[in-house]
Design a protein around this ligand. Structure first.
Ligand SMILES: Cc1cc2nc3c(=O)[nH]c(=O)nc-3n(C[C@H](O)[C@H](O)[C@H](O)COP(=O)(O)O)c2cc1C
Ligand code: SF4
Ligand code: SF4
Length: 260
Protein backbone atom coordinates (compact mmCIF):
# COMPACT_ATOMS: atom_id res chain seq x y z
CA UNK A 1 0.00 0.00 0.00
CA UNK A 2 1.40 3.40 -1.00
CA UNK A 3 1.45 5.94 1.85
CA UNK A 4 3.47 8.85 0.42
CA UNK A 5 5.97 9.48 -2.36
CA UNK A 6 8.84 11.88 -2.94
CA UNK A 7 9.59 13.61 -6.23
CA UNK A 8 13.30 14.04 -6.96
CA UNK A 9 14.73 15.42 -10.17
CA UNK A 10 17.51 17.15 -12.04
CA UNK A 11 16.16 19.53 -14.69
CA UNK A 12 18.43 22.34 -15.94
CA UNK A 13 16.04 23.53 -18.66
CA UNK A 14 12.80 22.63 -16.87
CA UNK A 15 11.18 20.02 -19.16
CA UNK A 16 11.89 17.08 -16.84
CA UNK A 17 10.34 19.03 -13.98
CA UNK A 18 7.25 19.75 -16.08
CA UNK A 19 6.68 16.08 -16.89
CA UNK A 20 7.37 14.90 -13.33
CA UNK A 21 4.94 17.45 -11.92
CA UNK A 22 2.28 16.35 -14.40
CA UNK A 23 2.65 12.75 -13.19
CA UNK A 24 2.64 13.76 -9.51
CA UNK A 25 -0.42 15.98 -10.01
CA UNK A 26 -2.65 12.91 -10.06
CA UNK A 27 -1.97 12.26 -6.34
CA UNK A 28 -1.34 15.69 -4.76
CA UNK A 29 -2.30 14.42 -1.31
CA UNK A 30 0.40 11.75 -1.33
CA UNK A 31 3.32 13.96 -2.38
CA UNK A 32 5.51 14.24 0.75
CA UNK A 33 8.35 16.27 -0.72
CA UNK A 34 9.57 17.71 -4.02
CA UNK A 35 13.38 17.93 -4.22
CA UNK A 36 14.93 19.78 -7.13
CA UNK A 37 18.57 18.68 -7.22
CA UNK A 38 19.50 21.09 -10.02
CA UNK A 39 20.86 24.05 -7.98
CA UNK A 40 24.60 24.15 -7.37
CA UNK A 41 25.56 22.22 -4.23
CA UNK A 42 22.29 20.21 -4.00
CA UNK A 43 22.25 16.74 -2.55
CA UNK A 44 19.63 14.49 -1.03
CA UNK A 45 19.94 11.94 1.75
CA UNK A 46 17.14 9.80 3.08
CA UNK A 47 16.33 6.23 4.12
CA UNK A 48 12.98 5.09 2.75
CA UNK A 49 10.60 2.51 4.20
CA UNK A 50 8.83 -0.06 2.03
CA UNK A 51 5.45 1.71 2.19
CA UNK A 52 6.81 4.94 0.68
CA UNK A 53 7.77 5.46 -2.97
CA UNK A 54 10.29 7.51 -4.92
CA UNK A 55 9.58 9.18 -8.26
CA UNK A 56 12.88 10.15 -9.86
CA UNK A 57 13.34 12.11 -13.11
CA UNK A 58 16.31 13.27 -15.17
CA UNK A 59 17.25 14.33 -18.71
CA UNK A 60 19.21 11.89 -20.85
CA UNK A 61 22.78 13.07 -21.54
CA UNK A 62 24.69 11.09 -24.19
CA UNK A 63 22.40 8.14 -23.60
CA UNK A 64 23.17 8.08 -19.87
CA UNK A 65 22.08 9.62 -16.55
CA UNK A 66 23.81 13.01 -16.04
CA UNK A 67 26.88 12.40 -13.88
CA UNK A 68 26.00 15.42 -11.70
CA UNK A 69 22.67 13.83 -10.77
CA UNK A 70 24.28 10.47 -9.98
CA UNK A 71 26.62 12.22 -7.53
CA UNK A 72 23.74 14.08 -5.87
CA UNK A 73 21.79 10.86 -5.20
CA UNK A 74 24.57 9.28 -3.15
CA UNK A 75 22.68 9.59 0.14
CA UNK A 76 19.65 7.49 -0.87
CA UNK A 77 18.88 4.22 0.93
CA UNK A 78 15.78 2.03 0.77
CA UNK A 79 14.22 -1.14 2.07
CA UNK A 80 12.39 -2.63 -0.90
CA UNK A 81 10.89 0.80 -1.60
CA UNK A 82 9.21 1.10 -5.02
CA UNK A 83 10.99 3.49 -7.39
CA UNK A 84 9.47 5.06 -10.48
CA UNK A 85 12.11 6.12 -13.01
CA UNK A 86 11.39 8.78 -15.63
CA UNK A 87 13.92 9.69 -18.33
CA UNK A 88 13.31 12.73 -20.55
CA UNK A 89 15.15 12.91 -23.87
CA UNK A 90 15.39 15.13 -26.91
CA UNK A 91 13.86 12.85 -29.56
CA UNK A 92 17.13 11.07 -30.41
CA UNK A 93 17.26 8.09 -27.99
CA UNK A 94 17.47 7.30 -24.29
CA UNK A 95 19.90 4.39 -24.86
CA UNK A 96 21.09 3.02 -21.48
CA UNK A 97 19.77 5.79 -19.22
CA UNK A 98 16.76 3.96 -17.74
CA UNK A 99 18.75 0.79 -17.14
CA UNK A 100 21.55 2.79 -15.53
CA UNK A 101 19.16 4.45 -13.07
CA UNK A 102 17.44 1.13 -12.35
CA UNK A 103 20.83 -0.46 -11.55
CA UNK A 104 21.85 2.48 -9.36
CA UNK A 105 18.62 2.52 -7.33
CA UNK A 106 18.40 -1.24 -6.92
CA UNK A 107 21.95 -1.24 -5.52
CA UNK A 108 20.61 1.12 -2.78
CA UNK A 109 17.69 -1.18 -1.89
CA UNK A 110 14.93 0.15 -4.14
CA UNK A 111 12.63 -2.02 -6.25
CA UNK A 112 11.87 -0.65 -9.73
CA UNK A 113 8.09 -0.40 -9.96
CA UNK A 114 7.94 1.47 -13.28
CA UNK A 115 10.20 3.04 -15.88
CA UNK A 116 9.12 5.63 -18.45
CA UNK A 117 10.71 7.68 -21.21
CA UNK A 118 9.20 10.97 -22.39
CA UNK A 119 10.29 13.30 -25.17
CA UNK A 120 10.97 17.03 -24.78
CA UNK A 121 12.58 19.82 -26.77
CA UNK A 122 16.23 19.07 -27.43
CA UNK A 123 17.78 21.83 -25.36
CA UNK A 124 21.01 21.93 -27.44
CA UNK A 125 19.13 22.23 -30.75
CA UNK A 126 15.77 23.61 -29.63
CA UNK A 127 14.17 23.33 -33.07
CA UNK A 128 14.22 19.55 -32.51
CA UNK A 129 11.01 18.46 -30.76
CA UNK A 130 10.47 22.20 -30.43
CA UNK A 131 7.15 22.37 -28.59
CA UNK A 132 7.40 19.20 -26.59
CA UNK A 133 6.17 18.14 -24.16
CA UNK A 134 2.95 19.13 -25.95
CA UNK A 135 -0.67 18.39 -25.05
CA UNK A 136 -0.36 14.86 -26.38
CA UNK A 137 2.75 14.18 -24.26
CA UNK A 138 1.13 15.58 -21.13
CA UNK A 139 -1.98 13.46 -21.71
CA UNK A 140 0.35 10.45 -22.00
CA UNK A 141 2.03 11.46 -18.73
CA UNK A 142 -1.37 11.50 -17.00
CA UNK A 143 -2.27 8.13 -18.53
CA UNK A 144 1.00 6.70 -17.24
CA UNK A 145 0.31 8.19 -13.80
CA UNK A 146 -3.20 6.69 -13.66
CA UNK A 147 -1.88 3.21 -14.51
CA UNK A 148 1.01 3.64 -12.10
CA UNK A 149 -0.95 4.78 -9.05
CA UNK A 150 -3.71 2.27 -9.73
CA UNK A 151 -1.12 -0.52 -9.69
CA UNK A 152 0.74 0.77 -6.64
CA UNK A 153 -2.44 1.23 -4.62
CA UNK A 154 -4.31 -1.93 -5.60
CA UNK A 155 -1.74 -4.64 -6.25
CA UNK A 156 0.23 -6.36 -3.47
CA UNK A 157 4.03 -5.91 -3.65
CA UNK A 158 5.71 -8.67 -5.65
CA UNK A 159 7.63 -11.35 -3.76
CA UNK A 160 11.33 -10.46 -3.26
CA UNK A 161 12.41 -13.31 -5.59
CA UNK A 162 10.03 -12.36 -8.42
CA UNK A 163 11.69 -11.35 -11.72
CA UNK A 164 12.53 -7.65 -11.95
CA UNK A 165 10.97 -5.19 -14.37
CA UNK A 166 12.39 -5.53 -17.91
CA UNK A 167 13.92 -2.16 -18.78
CA UNK A 168 15.55 -1.38 -22.14
CA UNK A 169 19.28 -0.71 -22.27
CA UNK A 170 22.60 -2.50 -22.61
CA UNK A 171 25.51 -3.37 -20.34
CA UNK A 172 28.23 -2.34 -20.17
CA UNK A 173 26.63 1.10 -20.43
CA UNK A 174 27.79 3.22 -23.36
CA UNK A 175 30.70 5.52 -22.39
CA UNK A 176 29.64 8.80 -20.77
CA UNK A 177 30.70 11.60 -23.11
CA UNK A 178 30.78 15.13 -21.76
CA UNK A 179 30.39 17.77 -24.43
CA UNK A 180 33.56 19.69 -25.18
CA UNK A 181 31.79 22.91 -26.16
CA UNK A 182 30.40 25.40 -23.65
CA UNK A 183 28.20 28.50 -23.81
CA UNK A 184 29.67 31.95 -23.24
CA UNK A 185 28.13 35.42 -23.29
CA UNK A 186 28.51 38.05 -25.96
CA UNK A 187 28.08 41.82 -25.96
CA UNK A 188 24.40 41.68 -25.02
CA UNK A 189 25.40 40.60 -21.47
CA UNK A 190 24.41 43.18 -18.85
CA UNK A 191 26.33 41.41 -16.05
CA UNK A 192 23.10 40.86 -14.12
CA UNK A 193 24.62 37.68 -12.62
CA UNK A 194 21.52 35.49 -13.02
CA UNK A 195 23.33 32.78 -15.02
CA UNK A 196 26.07 32.57 -12.39
CA UNK A 197 23.46 32.04 -9.66
CA UNK A 198 21.54 29.46 -11.72
CA UNK A 199 24.43 27.35 -13.06
CA UNK A 200 24.06 23.86 -11.49
CA UNK A 201 27.81 23.37 -11.15
CA UNK A 202 29.17 26.85 -10.41
CA UNK A 203 30.90 27.17 -13.79
CA UNK A 204 30.16 30.89 -14.30
CA UNK A 205 32.22 33.40 -12.27
CA UNK A 206 29.88 35.93 -10.61
CA UNK A 207 32.43 38.73 -11.14
CA UNK A 208 32.76 37.99 -14.87
CA UNK A 209 29.65 36.18 -16.09
CA UNK A 210 30.68 36.36 -19.73
CA UNK A 211 33.16 33.57 -19.04
CA UNK A 212 32.66 29.84 -18.46
CA UNK A 213 34.88 27.42 -16.58
CA UNK A 214 35.20 24.63 -19.16
CA UNK A 215 36.40 22.14 -16.54
CA UNK A 216 33.21 22.50 -14.54
CA UNK A 217 30.62 23.17 -17.26
CA UNK A 218 28.42 20.15 -18.13
CA UNK A 219 26.81 21.96 -21.13
CA UNK A 220 23.36 21.62 -19.54
CA UNK A 221 22.18 24.81 -21.34
CA UNK A 222 20.52 26.32 -18.28
CA UNK A 223 22.42 29.59 -18.56
CA UNK A 224 21.31 29.95 -22.19
CA UNK A 225 17.64 29.47 -21.22
CA UNK A 226 17.58 31.74 -18.16
CA UNK A 227 19.54 34.70 -19.57
CA UNK A 228 17.01 37.57 -19.93
CA UNK A 229 19.21 39.21 -22.62
CA UNK A 230 19.68 36.05 -24.70
CA UNK A 231 23.39 36.77 -24.41
CA UNK A 232 24.71 33.25 -23.75
CA UNK A 233 25.18 30.86 -26.64
CA UNK A 234 27.28 27.92 -27.76
CA UNK A 235 29.97 28.93 -30.27
CA UNK A 236 28.49 29.38 -33.78
CA UNK A 237 30.40 26.52 -35.40
CA UNK A 238 29.36 24.10 -32.65
CA UNK A 239 25.73 25.18 -33.09
CA UNK A 240 25.81 24.58 -36.82
CA UNK A 241 27.58 21.22 -36.62
CA UNK A 242 25.39 19.90 -33.79
CA UNK A 243 22.24 21.01 -35.58
CA UNK A 244 23.30 19.20 -38.75
CA UNK A 245 24.25 15.99 -36.94
CA UNK A 246 21.24 15.86 -34.63
CA UNK A 247 18.66 16.81 -37.27
CA UNK A 248 19.45 13.51 -39.01
CA UNK A 249 19.43 11.44 -35.81
CA UNK A 250 16.26 12.95 -34.37
CA UNK A 251 13.94 12.55 -37.37
CA UNK A 252 10.34 11.46 -36.81
CA UNK A 253 8.21 11.90 -33.72
CA UNK A 254 9.25 9.53 -30.97
CA UNK A 255 6.49 8.62 -28.55
CA UNK A 256 6.40 8.29 -24.76
CA UNK A 257 6.76 4.71 -23.57
CA UNK A 258 6.69 2.95 -20.23
CA UNK A 259 6.77 -0.40 -18.51
CA UNK A 260 5.20 -1.18 -15.13
C1 LIG B 1 24.72 17.36 -22.58
C2 LIG B 1 23.44 16.89 -23.18
C3 LIG B 1 23.35 15.64 -23.76
C4 LIG B 1 22.14 15.20 -24.32
N1 LIG B 1 22.06 13.93 -24.82
C5 LIG B 1 20.88 13.48 -25.34
C6 LIG B 1 20.76 12.15 -25.83
O1 LIG B 1 21.66 11.32 -25.73
N2 LIG B 1 19.59 11.79 -26.43
C7 LIG B 1 18.53 12.66 -26.56
O2 LIG B 1 17.53 12.29 -27.17
N3 LIG B 1 18.59 13.91 -26.01
C8 LIG B 1 19.74 14.34 -25.42
N4 LIG B 1 19.81 15.61 -24.87
C9 LIG B 1 18.60 16.44 -24.81
C10 LIG B 1 17.95 16.45 -23.43
O3 LIG B 1 17.86 15.13 -22.92
C11 LIG B 1 16.54 17.06 -23.50
O4 LIG B 1 16.60 18.33 -24.09
C12 LIG B 1 15.86 17.17 -22.13
O5 LIG B 1 14.53 17.55 -22.37
C13 LIG B 1 16.50 18.18 -21.21
O6 LIG B 1 15.85 18.12 -19.95
P1 LIG B 1 15.67 19.40 -18.97
O7 LIG B 1 14.81 20.39 -19.76
O8 LIG B 1 14.96 18.86 -17.79
O9 LIG B 1 17.02 19.93 -18.69
C14 LIG B 1 20.99 16.05 -24.32
C15 LIG B 1 21.12 17.33 -23.75
C16 LIG B 1 22.30 17.73 -23.18
C17 LIG B 1 22.35 19.09 -22.51
S1 SF4 C 1 22.17 36.11 -17.31
FE1 SF4 C 1 22.77 36.91 -19.32
S2 SF4 C 1 22.89 39.12 -19.01
FE2 SF4 C 1 22.88 38.19 -16.96
S3 SF4 C 1 25.07 37.93 -16.46
FE3 SF4 C 1 24.42 36.04 -17.43
S4 SF4 C 1 24.89 36.29 -19.61
FE4 SF4 C 1 24.97 38.31 -18.68
S1 SF4 D 1 27.88 27.25 -17.70
FE1 SF4 D 1 27.64 25.16 -18.41
S2 SF4 D 1 26.95 24.01 -16.61
FE2 SF4 D 1 26.65 26.18 -16.15
S3 SF4 D 1 24.52 26.59 -16.73
FE3 SF4 D 1 25.80 27.09 -18.52
S4 SF4 D 1 25.81 25.21 -19.72
FE4 SF4 D 1 25.11 24.63 -17.66
Amino acid sequence: MLTTFDLIYFSPTFTTRQILREIASLRPGKLRQEADLTPCGSSFSRSYSSTEALLVGFPVYAGRVPETFVERLRGLQADGTPAVIVAVYGNRAYDDALLEMKTLLEARGFRTAAAAAFVARHNIVPRIAAHRPDAEDLAAARRFARELFDKMENTPSPAPDSPGLPVKGNTPFRPYHRMTVHPAAGRACTSCGLCARECPVGAIPAQDPRQTDAQRCITCMRCVYVCPSHARKLPLLARLLTRKKLSELCKGRKQPEWVL
